[in-house]
Design a binder for this molecule. Structure first.
Ligand code: URA
Length: 233
């Protein structure tokens, strides 16, 4: 990759500004300052201002979304991006969430600047299980377990029933639900359809990644290996 392209790709400066960065010796490859914008460099081998390029082969981060922030680049109010390292926001391609969680849903969400990964993970053909824990405003009728498992629940305004989902009731007003698809407000709408509106909702796992194993507190993130989501993993 050209050095000026690298500086802009990883959010250090624009391609136009790159010449000045290079002239000041801010980019070093294998111990020697890069001297030309067109010099090809491996992003994993250069230092910029003495530090390695973060996520040189694509940014893949698991994030514990706190309650009250939105998964958007544009909305008013706290955005999840406000809480992330600011240099991530200057990367090009941009860092996005893989799917979304509602403002009042907490828990695990993935972030990436790899558009192909994001697209593959959100494709309706991908059935990566997503696990949620919830509490409800009133008791969940026990027959809801069978209703969700049957794959016959038709949500308002939809023409295809929800795919079979695994519901485990952990109390009268609490439980765990595993979905294999991602529809708008799906957990809230399914439980409301069963007569038990959601009070609190958290996503605790996406495929093999579990928030508890990652040990992330709200607002914390860690890198993950996208290969854990490849079909042969
Ligand atoms: N289902 C919902 O209702 N909300 C979310 O944020 C995620 C799944």
């Amino acid at each position: 990759m050209r050095t000026d392209a690298l500086l802009s790709r990883y959010g250090y400066c624009s391609r136009k500004e790159a010449a000045a960065w290079i002239k000041r010796g801010r980019v070093v490859l294998d111990g020697a300052a890069v001297t030309a914008a067109k010099q090809n460099v491996d992003p994993a081998r250069v230092l910029v201002d003495g530090a390695p390029v973060p996520f040189p082969y694509g940014l893949y981060a698991a994030y514990h979304k706190p309650l009250g922030c939105t998964c958007s680049h544009k909305d008013e109010g706290p955005l999840i991006y406000d809480l992330l390292p600011p240099e991530w926001l200057r990367r090009n391609p941009a860092v996005n969430t893989v799917g979304r969680l509602d403002k009042e849903t907490g828990g695990l969400i993935l972030l990436t600047d790899d558009g192909a990964f994001e697209h593959a993970m959100t494709s309706p053909r991908r059935h990566v299980p997503k696990e949620y824990v919830f509490t409800t405003e009133c008791p969940v009728p026990p027959e809801t377990v069978g209703l969700f498992a049957a794959g016959t629940l038709l949500l308002n305004g939809e023409t295809t029933p929800c795919q079979p989902a695994e519901l485990e009731l952990t109390g009268e007003c609490s439980g765990r639900l595993v979905l294999h698809e991602g529809r708008y407000h799906q957990v809230r709408r399914m439980l409301a359809a069963a007569g038990a509106p959601v009070r609190t909702l958290d996503r605790v796992a996406i495929g093999p990644l579990r928030l508890a194993d990652l040990g992330l507190q709200p607002g914390e993130w860690c890198a993950f290996d996208p290969a854990v989501f490849s079909p042969q993993a």
